[in-house]
Design a protein around this ligand. Structure first.
Ligand SMILES: CC(C)(COP(=O)(O)OP(=O)(O)OC[C@H]1O[C@@H](n2cnc3c(N)ncnc32)[C@H](O)[C@@H]1OP(=O)(O)O)[C@@H](O)C(=O)NCCC(=O)NCCS
Length: 419
């Protein structure tokens, strides 16, 4: 949820000052992580290193032959089932589970509502494996009650490039919570990924677990103030009226940069090269093939929006992208969904980043989004405030499985977006 809509920035300035003094109300680790303390992840209390030469695997090296063939046991009346999302019925089952039971904000006002088309896009990139879309069903009814996914992603951490998976969409039905099913899902996907000879993973979460490789901050830019106030996403500061907010957040009807146009299939090689050069600047970044760039960036209506800037002679000089992730609005009589745009991969090579991101805001607005969300990763932190983003109350933590990062990453060293 957005804070500080009055734009006085007082809350932000106070928070920054407290952060600088180390006095902000920072999340504290739990005393005991019964599951995560047994896993090959960096632990709290480990001596911090200042060098990326201390990066490396945590577990003792294994081979596929060391990995057990049998799945992890589930309680009676539950069984494992791979979800085939090319099958509309199974896709709908995954969608329904996530739509009703996936991530909510702290005040339980909004819940992510990934669309079926989005899930197909997010879960079926090149190289994907059916056994990495891992569901749990109730045997007697067949009902899907838990899910976890992995997708392959070649990932670079500092100088090392590793075949990893991105783990996402961990979800347990609300009635089955707090029964230690999540660790079973995590162990099972780990086993399946290990059987493919992959030993590292990257994942993100809002919760604090042992131990983040990086912690990023969410920022929100209001596009539709009237609706954001009506659904309780934003609060109007004293003396601010809806009419004033509408004026404050008004955007032009068309992007300001000349040559901005939707990305087309013929742009894939140029975009892949542009993106690769850009991502080389970050300590944590994906290494994308042209097939992956095509998959992740070619526009899909109401899923991913990508634009390139075509310079003189047809060269692709810059690019921007964002994805659509609606949230269900819980218990609101006027609206049932909030349409949010999330910043994806953007390369400002010849255009100032603030101008390119402002074009992204304009394009998100004209395509009906209510709010534009971005993390302070990449160089975003330098421009978000000027573009009228307000700081959110959520953090996103990046974690690596079986890979120690000697020196913790600051957000501006992160070049990876997870959906
Ligand atoms: C996240 C979720 C699957 C956890 O299930 P649960 O029933 O609450 O927890 P369980 O009893 O099964 O397991 C608890 C363990 O899972 C860990 N855990 C909780 N959330 C986690 C997450 N997002 N990622 C990894 N581990 C997590 C806990 O820290 C705990 O381990 P610990 O003892 O080492 O601390 C469940 O709360 C859920 O579906 N929430 C909504 C969707 C969501 O937030 N998904 C995660 C998105 S990042």
């Amino acid at each position: 949820m957005a804070e500080g809509e009055d734009q006085s920035g007082l809350a932000d300035r106070l928070k920054s000052a407290l952060d600088a003094l180390g006095l902000a109300n920072k999340a504290q680790p739990k005393d005991n992580y019964a599951f995560w303390s047994t896993q090959p992840v960096s632990q709290f209390g480990e001596e911090a290193s200042t060098s990326s030469s201390d990066n490396g695997p945590i577990d003792t090296p294994k081979t596929v032959a060391d990995i057990r063939q049998a799945p992890n046991s589930l309680p009676d009346n539950f069984h494992w089932d791979n979800c085939d999302i090319d099958d509309d019925k199974q896709l709908t089952e995954v969608y329904d589970l996530l739509c009703q039971h996936y991530v909510e904000d702290d005040e339980n006002m909004f819940r992510f509502a990934y669309s079926p088309e989005f899930l197909r896009w997010a879960l079926k990139p090149p190289g994907t494996r059916s056994e990495w879309l891992c569901g749990v069903r109730v045997t007697s009814s067949g009902k899907l009650v838990a899910f976890i996914s992995g997708i392959p992603m070649q990932t670079r951490v500092d100088a090392q490039e590793l075949p990893m998976v991105e783990i996402n969409f961990l979800c347990v039905h609300k009635k089955l919570r707090h029964k230690r099913l999540a660790p079973v899902l995590i162990k099972e996907i780990t086993r399946r990924v290990n059987l493919a000879g992959i030993w590292q993973a990257v994942y993100t979460a809002g919760v604090l677990l042992p131990r983040p490789a990086a912690e990023a901050q969410y920022w929100h830019r209001t596009l539709n103030p009237r609706k954001l106030v009506a659904v309780g996403f934003s609060r109007l500061a004293p003396r601010m009226t809806v009419a004033r907010a509408v004026k404050l957040y008004r955007l032009p009807a068309a992007p300001a940069s000349p040559g901005v146009r939707p990305m087309a299939r013929a742009d894939v090689p140029a975009v892949a090269a542009l993106l690769a050069r850009h991502l080389a600047r970050y300590r944590l970044a994906p290494v994308l093939s042209e097939a992956e760039v095509a998959h992740w960036l070619l526009p899909l209506p109401d899923v991913v929006h990508s634009y390139v800037v075509e310079g003189e002679g047809g060269a692709i000089t810059d690019m921007l992208s964002f994805y659509t992730l609606p949230s269900s609005v819980i218990n609101n009589t006027e609206y049932n969904t909030l349409k949010a745009a999330y910043m994806f991969y953007t390369v400002a090579a010849t255009i100032p980043l603030s101008k390119l991101l402002n074009d992204a805001l304009i394009l998100a607005h004209t395509t009906g989004h209510d709010v534009f969300n971005a993390l302070d990763i990449f160089e975003n932190g330098e421009v978000l405030r000027d573009l009228k983003f307000g700081i959110g109350d959520g953090k996103l933590r990046y974690y690596l499985y079986n890979w120690r990062v000697g020196k913790t990453l600051v957000p501006s060293e992160v070049g990876l977006v997870m959906l």
